[in-house]
Design a protein around this ligand. Structure first.
Ligand code: FAD
Length: 446
């Protein structure tokens, strides 16, 4: 059968690979000039790096499998993460349980409650019991207001802004449960993070090459204008004004884009897609002549204009980037936020006082280059009872499927889970193929 796929991110590519393994032919349409989607990269100092910071955890086993299958296992580096939290103008290391004991930004009783809550959550395998409660409500009850305001409140606000109070506890459970599960260093006390030397895009490009080598076609720089539906069944994909006929079509686009390119979705299904809100992801990336701090991941729990400072070169050596020190200043913001209309220079200006809170000596003369990256589908907002809101992969239109980050649950979105979703949706499509009438090839129709 002939399958068309919208999007050459990791999900579209893993789905393509599985479909090919089952003997089907695939054609992928990608609006960007390269494969990789949100794992998009740019060049700094002769090496490629992600526009949006990326690392993986030791339990991201699907992603590790793909990296190994693409022959890059030897380049996957595991490094102890240096995490910290900025609170009340001070940087507190946040790596081991002892760091929590020393976290004097909250009263000692709150620290004990924070530690106990984390220990409790890491032992809870059944996330379903947290479905009906918001993260804020559960956490405030567990750790008190001071504990919540000192750690979890800022983290939730950072990721979800005005939507923070609506985020379901399952999302936060996933953060704690899965992060603990990935702790292997120092007898399970320290976390190890993985990074693919030369950027994660390397394994994704190889995956794209593999799909092509197996006979797949990947049209880059090709925006899908419409997924064409006739009499309740998918007919094909319109791109560049041309209709490409397919037996089945998989969309891997965020809901907001899906709604534009697939106008014929059943109203009930479209309503499910519209219910999920997204936060834009924005990263101001700085190339500096020296480090800002000695932390890799700094969560900001003070009121700054950005929510995290990720100093990539406290993870990978600056020598890999021509001696540049690379810093991501990350923000998740709702549609219409002023940062979306600003240039990199303007964002840098507005972040400057915040950078000086991390390092009072920071001077703009340290800056060699800067870039601003934005993605409208950065983070779906995972609310209470989300299991009931997850869009089905079958859209209700015969032969038309959707798989995207809104279906990652109870985990938080990540490459690992998009790769897994790609495999799952491909399995579903293959299973359904028996019921689909093949479209005659153009030659047969002539
Ligand atoms: C700020 C940020 C940080 C992240 N950090 C991490 C991390 O540390 N570790 C981790 O594992 N994951 C991380 N992720 C998540 C990870 O990158 C994503 O989960 C994953 O890449 C999503 O892949 P996907 O294929 O599902 O979607 P996407 O990558 O969004 O792919 C969809 C593709 O569809 C294309 N497309 C859209 N519209 C059209 C159209 N009309 N026509 C043709 N093509 C179209 C897009 O260009 C895109 O390539 C991060 C994401 C963000 C935003």
């Amino acid at each position: 059968m002939n399958v068309g796929i919208v999007g050459a991110g990791v999900l579209g590519l893993s789905a393509a690979k599985v479909l090919q393994e089952q003997g089907h032919s695939v054609t992928i349409f990608e609006s960007r000039p390269d494969v990789g989607g949100q794992v998009v990269t740019f060049e700094v100092g002769g090496n490629r790096i992600e526009c949006f910071y990326h690392h993986i955890f030791t339990n991201d086993t699907v992603c590790i499998r793909y990296i190994e299958e693409m022959g890059l296992g030897a380049d996957l580096r595991w490094i102890e993460s240096k995490s910290a939290i900025l609170r009340k103008g001070r940087i507190f290391p946040f790596v081991t349980p002892l760091d929590l004991v020393k976290y004097s930004a909250v009263p000692i009783a709150s620290r004990v409650r924070l530690g106990l809550a984390a220990l409790w959550l890491r032992r809870q395998h059944d996330w379903k019991k947290y479905e009906g409660v918001t993260a804020r409500k559960w956490m405030e009850r567990a750790v008190g207001k001071a504990g919540f305001d000192g750690v979890w409140g800022p983290l939730l606000r950072g990721k979800f802004a005005d939507e923070a109070d609506n985020v379901g506890m399952v999302w936060l459970w996933g953060k704690v449960y899965l992060r603990f599960a990935s702790r292997k260093g120092a007898g399970g006390l320290k976390e190890q993070l993985g990074y693919l030397s030369g950027s994660f895009n390397r394994y994704i490009e190889k995956l794209g090459e593999h799909v092509r080598a197996e006979g797949g076609v990947i049209h880059l720089n090709t925006l899908v204008e419409e997924v064409v539906v006739e009499e309740g069944s998918v007919r094909g994909i319109r791109a560049g004004g041309e209709l490409h006929a397919f037996d089945q079509v998989l969309m891997t686009t965020p809901n907001i884009i899906t709604r534009k390119i697939a106008p014929a979705l059943p109203a009930a299904y479209a309503a499910v897609l519209d219910k999920v809100k997204y936060q834009w992801a924005t990263c101001l990336v700085l190339a500096l002549d020296r480090p800002v701090s000695d932390t890799y991941w700094l969560s900001v729990a003070d009121d700054l204009a950005f929510v995290a400072c990720i100093e990539h070169t406290n993870f990978m050596p600056p020598e890999e980037y021509g001696g540049n020190h690379i810093v991501y200043l990350s923000n998740y913001i709702p549609p219409g936020h002023p940062v979306l209309a600003m240039s990199a220079d303007e964002v840098f200006e507005s972040y400057l006082s915040g950078i000086k809170k991390i390092n009072p000596l920071f001077d703009p003369s340290w800056l060699r280059q800067k870039w601003l990256f934005k993605d409208p589908g950065g983070q779906p907002v995972i609310t209470t009872n989300y299991a009931k809101q997850i869009p089905e992969m079958r859209t209700g239109v015969g032969g038309l499927y959707l798989a995207n980050t809104t279906q990652v649950y109870p985990e938080d979105r990540g490459q690992n889970y998009s790769l897994r979703l790609g495999e799952q949706v491909a399995g579903l499509m293959v299973g359904d193929m028996a019921d689909v009438e093949p479209i005659p090839s153009p030659a047969a129709r002539a």
